[in-house]
Design a protein around this ligand. Structure first.
Ligand code: ZN
Length: 170
């Protein structure tokens, strides 16, 4: 069973949510072991949209836990994650196609919350790797992927695919 630490406002309207059921969510651990988590379904008190509680260690729509994906992205050639080559390839493609979008979301969140250390310029030139750019925003200490996912999910800006404007530069 997974339960969020506290009540969060609904990602859609920022209103309170009520529990309307649960759902099982499968996930793979670093050891390769599969787990099933029981996750709460929450309903927005304002627009009645349904949201699923997301534990910190999961990434929406991803089968592996966040730390597995992070490990692979950080140590491309030297990791111990038991995933096949096509999965690894998809993670890199996913990361590189979303990175600019995530950075945009994070900067917008920083502006909204009036943080003072918002970077002024953030070109997506080749001089900085994607990891460096993300590191400047959320730090490069372990669990950086969680620090990207959580705030973006919480304001309902997480996207599953970028069908319309996926750039082919990975
Ligand atoms: Zn709502």
């Amino acid at each position: 069973m997974v339960r969020g630490a506290g009540r969060i406002p609904s990602p859609c309207c920022g209103k309170s949510m009520t529990v309307v059921g649960t759902r099982n969510r499968k996930s793979k651990k670093r050891s390769g072991e599969s787990c099933i988590y029981n996750i709460r379904r929450l309903e927005c008190g304002h627009c009645h949209r349904i949201h699923h509680e997301l534990p910190d260690f999961l990434v929406p729509y991803k089968r592996y836990e966040s730390e597995c994906i992070e490990e692979v992205l950080t140590n491309r050639t030297n990791h111990d994650i038991p995933a096949d080559e096509s999965t690894l390839f998809r993670w890199f493609k996913w990361f590189h196609s979303f990175i600019d979008y995530w950075i945009g979301c994070l900067i917008s969140i920083m502006h909204r919350t009036k943080q003072e250390n918002v970077p002024l310029s953030f070109s997506s030139g080749n001089s900085e790797t994607a990891l460096h750019r993300i590191g400047r925003l959320v730090g490069d200490a372990p669990r950086w992927l969680e620090r990207i996912v959580r705030p973006i999910v919480n304001i309902n800006l997480w996207l599953q695919t970028r069908s319309a404007f996926l750039s082919e530069r990975s």
